[in-house]
Design a protein around this ligand. Structure first.
Ligand code: PBG
Length: 330
């Protein structure tokens, strides 16, 4: 068979762009992209985030415009993060009906209606003065079960504000079950739960800490996963699905494509992946220096995350990327 040189020519299916398009195994579509957005209480003008060029801390007004653009671009959804003016030990503003995140959820729903899945980050780190994702014990450890009580309250506040989906990013044990029960008991049976099932304690969240003005000292290694572990992701995902997760996520994305492929192979629910702030910052820094071709590198990075098994991708490039996809299909 292989004795005839050139009989088997894989290059044949790469000859023209029409041929390549025909045989492409993976495609990107705007509906598979979710835009994370930041809104900061008390801003009069949107404020740039230095380590994420092109990404802003929004005012409530500019957030509405970003949400409208996301809907116009045909994105799958937006994921809302908010920075309150006042922080305390238990993250009171996370559950206050007039808290900035809950107001922003209502704004986004008012702007987009059902055209987007309006998603909210369900975690305490933006709201606590110590910057941890939960409440602390008197000795300063993150108190899992006391945190679950706060998460349940937060889920209700977000559902009341109109969130279509709550994104559990705190990595507390039992969080999916507790939030699902709280939502159901309050009649919010249609509000979906996204479990950040496999969320790693990653250095790639660096720029996000600037974006949310994090006051964290230390790290999150007692609750987020060890980057060394692959098998453990399967365990986390199985637990979250058993507890009622509607979607599971792997985060970060680019350094965890093996984990993503594993999860995609096992999951019975849709799988999301989060191209996080540090991934964005690396691409932007290299592109700004002329070291990589910006547009091609961005497209390749998100395509690769899809190829590894993500059904949809959270990326700060979502709106821009959707614009490129529209150009390509024109
Ligand atoms: C926690 C949360 C974080 C990110 C999303 N949700 C920060 C963390 O876990 O430290 C990071 C996202 C990014 O880096 O883009 N609320």
């Amino acid at each position: 068979m292989s004795a005839t040189p050139g009989r088997v020519r894989p290059r044949r299916i790469r000859t023209t762009s029409a041929m390549r398009r025909l045989v492409a195994e993976t495609r990107l579509h705007p509906a598979q992209l979710v835009l994370p957005v930041f809104v900061r209480e008390g801003l009069t003008e949107p404020r740039p985030i230095t380590s994420m060029p092109g990404v802003l801390q929004h005012t409530r007004e500019s957030l509405r415009r970003a949400v409208a653009e996301a809907a116009e671009a045909g994105l799958g959804g937006v994921m809302l993060f908010a920075i309150p003016e006042v922080r305390d030990a238990v993250g009171s503003q996370a559950t206050a009906p007039e808290g900035i995140l809950n107001l922003a959820i209502a704004d986004a729903v008012a702007e987009a209606g059902d055209a987007l899945v309006v998603q909210a980050d369900l975690c305490l780190d933006e709201f606590t003065d110590h910057g941890h994702c939960g409440v602390l014990t008197p000795t300063g450890a993150v108190d899992n079960d006391a945190t679950l009580v706060r998460y349940a309250q937060m889920a209700l506040a977000q559902a009341e504000a109109g969130a279509h989906l709550v994104g559990l990013s705190g990595m507390m044990d039992g969080q999916t079950a507790v939030v699902r029960d709280a939502l159901d008991e309050a009649g919010h049976t249609d509000v979906a739960v996204l479990a950040y099932a496999a969320k790693y304690a990653s250095a790639f969240y660096g720029p996000f800490r600037e974006a949310v003005e994090s006051q964290l000292e230390g790290d999150r290694r007692t609750y987020q996963m060890d980057p060394a572990n692959r098998r453990e992701a399967a365990r986390e995902v199985a637990i979250d699905i058993a507890e009622g997760a509607d979607v599971v996520m792997v985060k970060p994305a680019m350094s965890y494509l093996d984990v993503l492929a594993d999860v995609a192979a096992r999951s019975t629910v849709p799988v999301a992946a989060y191209q996080v702030s540090g991934e964005y910052a690396m691409l932007e820094a290299a592109a700004a220096n002329g070291w990589i071709e910006r547009r091609r590198a961005i497209l390749e990075s998100v395509l690769s995350i899809r190829r590894a098994g993500a059904d949809h991708v959270l990326t700060y490039y979502a709106t821009e990327l959707a614009g490129w996809l529209a150009e390509e299909t024109r």
